[in-house]
Write a new protein. Structure first.
Lengths: 112, 111
């Protein structure tokens, strides 16, 4: 089945730790995105990538980092610099930036 | 800066009703508009994508319209069912290579 796989589904982070969220797609899409969702707020863009080895900051990139070494993969690292990381993180992909976007099932990150 | 608003924030209807969800955006210079469904604790499922040159799109019991000049899109759900209960999100593709999301309408369809 074609789609987007995010792992893990749940992740717990201790204070001061970096954690990495995985996002893999087998849709052969060029563009990939990371969004953050908080209760009562719309999804906010963290980073996006339109092509391998290239990515741009979104609206709330501070405290996050990404890489795009392979077309299929776009991992997100939540660093210790992110002061309020508890949220639901969603990865998406599309053939181009303004075509239909498809989402993974999300990773819920909690700081303990 | 593009802002997307969805009204109402929550809606409760009995099974079988036809209903309309509203989405408004402040900048009419959008490329496309996409409607999604989100079940609790899950990711987003794409429902319909309306190209900027189109006025509406249909999929089964769903019909979405787009009026760029007035900054509005509507999602019409015919003959609602309990399985339609979810949060519905709209998102506008802006000229800055990103989707701008509304905060969603939480729909509850009771049997």
């Amino acid at each position: 089945d074609g789609g987007i796989t995010q792992s893990p589904k749940y992740l717990f982070r201790k204070e001061g730790q970096n954690v990495t969220l995985s996002c893999e797609q087998n849709l052969n899409h060029d563009a990939m995105y990371w969004y953050r969702q908080d209760p009562g707020q719309g999804l906010r863009l963290i980073y996006y990538s339109q092509i391998v080895n290239d990515f741009q900051k979104g609206d709330i990139a501070e405290g996050y980092s990404v890489s795009r070494e392979k077309k299929e993969s776009f991992p997100l690292t939540v660093t210790s610099a992110q002061k309020n990381p508890t949220a639901f993180y969603l990865c998406a992909s599309s053939t181009e930036w303004n075509t239909e976007a498809f989402f993974g099932q999300g990773t819920r990150l909690t700081v303990v | 800066k593009q802002e997307v608003t969805q009204i109402p924030a929550a809606l409760s209807v009995p099974e079988g009703e036809n209903l309309v969800l509203n989405c408004s955006f402040t900048d009419s210079a959008i490329y496309n508009l996409q409607w999604f469904r989100q079940d609790p604790g899950k990711g987003l499922t794409s429902l319909l994508l309306i190209q900027s040159s189109q006025r509406e799109q249909t999929s089964g019991r769903l019909n979405a319209s787009l009026d760029k000049s007035s900054g509005r899109s509507t999602l019409y759900i015919a003959a609602s069912q309990p399985g339609d209960s979810a949060t519905y999100l709209c998102a506008a593709y802006t000229g800055f290579q990103k989707l701008v999301f509304g905060t969603g309408t939480r729909l509850l369809v009771s049997p």
